[in-house]
Ligand binder design. Structure first.
Ligand code: FEO
Length: 397
């Protein structure tokens, strides 16, 4: 057997997951500049044992080897499917073949998904509901339904005697290294971009989950991506803020420029907002990391999109960003649009149409023909002052 790293981070609670350092994109959407991990966990109780989640397809044998360093995989009693997405559940068929007696523990919706995605027969499953418990002998494993975090079937598992929460995607971050949260200086930044990409569209459900978790005595959070969190206060406090929809005096400004006209407008607006004491998160969409953009949207009170008209519409990068922003459902309140055009304006209108259902209050719309004149830039300064005023008013509410 190859050398495998298995970590006992709790009393007979083992990390048996995989670090996928080279993966660079998730769901063909989410950039992974620092890779990711698929964290599976093994709990060996005095009577029964349980494997919590599995790993991405392609790493089945690694998982088998790691379980084998602790116990014979043929003796697995329970395989817990917290979430059916293949990065955690994709190796379930392989693992269930190793152990004839192992039961797949699933939520009611998870049962259907395990059949559809992985062909698991219903007689191999144990269906659990919110707050149900299975007995491992010296400890219990409790289940907490957490729909839409990240799919409808998702549940968390909790080991009350040890205060260890296994929340699958929730509280995760897409970084492969290292193993513990307190070894990552920028953990909150990493967790925030992950929250923006994955949890923000389901913020009301995330808020409900936080309410459910408040009564637990959580000492360790063992998510399915990123480090094990042994100092949970920092991330719990951050999630309280992010799930509340609290916004800052901050604007996220995403822009595209072709010949510099839009960029000149963006520079003027950015400097006006900065002079008003506002925070501006600037993203040039030609090179931007969309994870950074998603992270900035988590607490931005205003969204500003700026793009030229090209080929009869907004620049395709701006159309893509607007579509993504709409899908991510940020808690922002205000919108402003900037654009430039050569012979016919279409960019601003199209961006506004794409974002339409977000119900943002449109504070301004400046579209100029050719490079901006001094008069155009004056309009942008006025727009900046208006954005500042409205953002500060919202603070007072
Ligand atoms: Fe990490 Fe929704 O899967």
């Amino acid at each position: 057997m190859a050398w495998r790293y298995v970590l006992e981070f709790g009393r007979k609670v083992y990390w048996v997951g995989v670090k996928d350092r080279n993966r660079r994109i998730f769901d063909a959407l989410i950039p992974l500049p620092r890779g990711t991990s698929y964290n599976a966990y093994l709990i060996v109780g005095s009577q029964k044992n349980a494997l919590i989640d599995t790993v991405n397809p392609g790493f089945e044998k690694v998982l088998e080897d790691k379980i084998g360093k602790v116990m014979n995989p043929r003796d697995l009693d329970y395989v817990i499917m917290n979430h059916a997405e293949p990065d955690h559940a994709g190796s379930i068929p392989y693992i269930l073949k190793l152990s004839d007696k192992a039961k797949l523990v699933v939520s009611k919706r998870g049962a259907r998904m395990a059949q559809v995605f992985y062909g698991i027969p219903i007689e191999r499953m144990l269906i659990v509901s919110d707050q149900d418990v299975i007995d491992l002998g010296d400890r219990r494993l409790q289940f907490i339904e957490a729909p839409m975090l990240h799919w409808p079937e998702t549940m968390f598992s909790y080991l009350p005697e040890d205060g260890i929460l296994f929340p699958c995607d929730f509280f995760g971050s897409h970084i492969a290294e290292p193993i513990y949260d307190d070894e990552v200086e920028d953990l909150v930044y990493q967790a925030k971009r992950y929250f923006g990409e994955i949890m923000m569209p389901f913020r009301p459900m995330a808020k409900r989950a936080m309410e459910k978790l408040r009564s637990l005595n959580i000492r360790i959070i063992a998510p399915s991506h990123g480090p094990i969190i042994r100092k949970p206060q920092r991330i719990l406090e951050a999630y309280e803020k992010w799930t509340s929809g609290e916004t800052l005096r901050k604007a996220t400004l995403a822009y595209v420029t072709m010949w510099g006209s839009t960029e000149a407008m963006v520079t003027t607006l950015t400097e006006t907002l900065a002079s008003e004491g506002l925070q501006v998160a600037l993203h040039n969409l030609a090179t931007a990391d969309l994870g950074d953009l998603a992270g900035d949207l988590v607490d931005s009170r205003a969204i500003i999109l700026a793009a030229p008209t090209v080929l009869g519409g907004t620049h395709p990068l701006a159309a893509y960003a607007a579509t993504l922003i709409k899908a991510l459902k940020p808690p922002s309140k205000f919108l402003a649009l900037l654009g430039s055009y050569g012979w016919g304006a279409a960019s601003g209108r199209q961006m506004e149409e794409i974002l339409g259902t977000l119900n943002l209050e449109v504070l301004g719309f400046v579209e100029v023909n050719g490079p901006p004149t001094d008069a155009d830039l004056k309009r942008i300064v006025d727009l900046g002052k208006k954005i500042s005023e409205r953002m500060k008013e919202a603070d007072a509410k």
